[in-house]
Design a protein around this ligand. Sequence first.
Ligand SMILES: [Zn+2]
Length: 88
Amino acid sequence: MRKICPKCDKFRKMSRHHVFPVRFYGRKHNKRMIDLCRLCHNKLEALIPFHEMPKKFYIRVVEEFLGGKDEIQRPGFKRIQVRLQNPD
Ligand SMILES: [Zn+2]
């Protein structure tokens, strides 16, 4: 399905992102999802640590990502600079 990506505003094929990672929460009863283009989905996935975090962390990452902030505070991490490159 092609739609306008909520992150980059480009008309592209969508890729579904589970707000709460499937590797920790599975697919059943884990229906909080957003559609992003593949490129933006990859950028968002790159912000998510491999160890489990509190659920509110995942929500905040998505909110900050969609809000266009390029610097995200990760609890327990140094303040990091996230480079969001223009896909084109
Ligand atoms: Zn996008």
